[in-house]
Design a protein around this ligand. Structure first.
Ligand code: KIV
Length: 293
């Protein structure tokens, strides 16, 4: 019988964690199926993702928007990423875990970036870090980190950390300049040692060309079906984030509506004294109570 006071946490089912070579060249694995990545920011989300059997979990700095309530990713700190990364690792001990380096933590030179990346790896137990962009400074960082045992996932196309400089949160790679920059950036990231590159909000045909040019995996979000993998933000996928459905995402559930309805139902039952019921209440012997009167 279960004790009245607590319900035990279920252990994560044993599973084989994807290795870096599997992830770098997914076409060489036995299934050859596209890689599946989803973001997670906390213990329960990580447990759901691992139980669903995703290949990679990303603790994205989209944390700032979907969990912390900021209107951009810029305010997210290294401490925020480490705090949430640790919780995700506890929930998904057997899934390849990537943690975003937030804005400003890899822009002040390679020594600084290395120190921050090592903190993320050591303190969260992540398998890799992700960073945005392909400027010469970022490429230097990718080169040094990957040569020194810190796997790096790159990110080109729409880059939320510097979206203001890109003219806002808008699709990239549509004109000559932007398409060439995106292609060359992805190739440069691979040459610098990135084991995979996220392609965000770029035309599907450009993503296809980049995926053909790169030998490492491309992981798309709003980049069409020809990438080597796909990533979605947890809150978008589950309908937890209010607002219109984004073109780059698909809602597979409407848990936000379910949550609102459930909380409203709870409130109504409390107000009607229907909750807690007998089933939710603890009992005591009459003689113990009588002594108190
Ligand atoms: O921060 C994030 O969630 C991301 C994904 C959208 C790739 O970078």
């Amino acid at each position: 019988m279960q004790p009245e006071s607590a319900s035990p946490q279920l252990a994560s089912p044993a599973r084989v964690k994807r290795s870096l070579p599997d992830l770098t060249h997914p076409e060489l694995t036995s299934s050859g199926a596209p890689l599946v990545m989803v973001t997670a920011y906390d213990y329960p989300g990580a447990r759901h993702a691992e139980a669903a059997g995703v290949d990679l979990i990303l603790v994205g700095d989209s944390l700032g928007n979907v969990v912390l309530g900021y209107d951009s990713t810029a305010p997210v700190t290294l401490a925020d990423m480490i705090h949430h990364g640790k919780a995700v690792r506890r929930g998904a001990p057997n899934t390849f875990l990537v943690v975003d380096l937030p804005f400003g933590t890899y822009h002040a030179g390679v020594t600084d970036a290395m120190r921050h990346a090592v903190r993320v790896i050591q303190e969260t137990g992540a398998d890799a870090v992700k960073m945005e962009g392909s400027t010469p400074e970022v490429l230097d960082v990718v080169r040094v980190l990957s040569r020194n045992g810190v796997p790096v996932m790159g990110h080109v196309g729409l880059m939320p950390q510097t979206a203001a400089a890109q003219g806002g949160l808008r699709v990239q790679g549509k004109d000559d300049d932007s398409a060439r920059r995106t292609l060359e950036g992805a190739v440069a990231l691979q040459e610098a040692g990135a084991f995979a590159v996220v392609l965000e909000a770029i035309p599907a045909r450009l993503a296809r060309l980049i995926s053909e040019r790169l030998s490492v995996a491309t992981i798309g979000i709003g980049a069409g079906v020809h990438c080597d993998g796909q990533v979605l933000v947890y809150h978008d996928l589950l309908g937890l984030y209010e607002g219109e459905e984004k073109k780059i995402a698909k809602r597979y559930a409407d848990l936000g509506r379910e949550a609102r309805e459930a909380i409203a139902h709870y409130a109504a039952e409390v107000r009607a004294r229907e909750f807690p019921s007998k089933d939710n209440s603890f009992v005591m012997k009459d003689e113990v109570l009588d002594k108190l009167y």
